[in-house]
Ligand binder design. Structure first.
Ligand code: TMP
Length: 201
């Protein structure tokens, strides 16, 4: 039986990476094997592209195409084979991030994203997407306590407000695929919610 493909989304600092290992544990408790991976990245080539994407200045269209190039490699060489072998795949970001960051944040029209998405994915979509939602100012406070900012993290609050807005619009348009997690809650409350979601997935 094909495994399930679950993606985690949210603005930088919203806390999705904090919860990914706990989610993996919940899936293992169900008796399924799980691959934990991330985008951009997840393959040797994808991690090299990530390094460029997070650190090198480039045109917004170049950024968009490199995100999808990394995704193509990841999907075809890692995600699809894992799902076909019955494993679940837990992925820290996927195409919704391109719609939110390159679409909402950078202002690239959605029709360009649709072309790349179709090219790379055909009609493949996550089975479930967990959107960790947090107000941009609170996310900034969390981020600055953690690490030095990369190219995305260094963007102004208005950029993250647009990214968050784009995520929330996508979640509203696809309510059966998305679950919105209020990241302003305590870690324990978030865990309780995640456990329930995985138990019903
Ligand atoms: P991460 O810090 O969550 O690992 O993600 C790296 C950065 O890449 C994050 O700031 C969001 C950005 N990103 C995009 O802009 N578009 C995408 O399609 C993906 C997957 C990530």
């Amino acid at each position: 039986m094909r495994g399930k493909f679950i993606t985690l989304e949210g603005i930088d600092g919203a806390g999705k990476s904090t919860h990914i290992e706990y989610l993996a544990e919940c899936i293992r408790k169900r008796g399924a094997a799980v691959t934990v991976t991330r985008e951009p990245g997840g393959t040797e080539l994808g991690e090299k592209l990530r390094e460029l994407l997070l650190n090198r200045d480039m045109h917004a269209d170049t950024e968009l195409m490199l995100m999808f190039a990394a995704r193509c490699e990841h999907l075809k060489r890692r995600i699809l084979p894992a799902l076909a072998s019955g494993e679940w795949v837990l992925c820290d970001r996927f195409s919704d991030a391109s719609y939110a960051y390159q679409g909402g944040g950078r202002g690239i029209p959605a029709d360009r994203l649709v072309i790349l998405e179709r090219w790379v994915q055909d009609d493949f979509q996550p089975d479930l997407t967990l959107l960790f939602d947090l107000e941009p100012q609170a996310a900034l406070v969390r981020r600055s306590a953690q690490r030095d900012a990369d190219r995305f993290e260094a963007q102004e609050l208005a950029f993250f407000a647009r990214v968050r807005d784009a995520y929330l619009k996508r979640a509203a348009a696809e309510p059966t695929r998305f679950r919105i997690i209020d990241s302003g809650q305590s870690r324990e409350l978030v865990r309780v919610k995640l456990e329930k979601i995985i138990a019903n997935a």
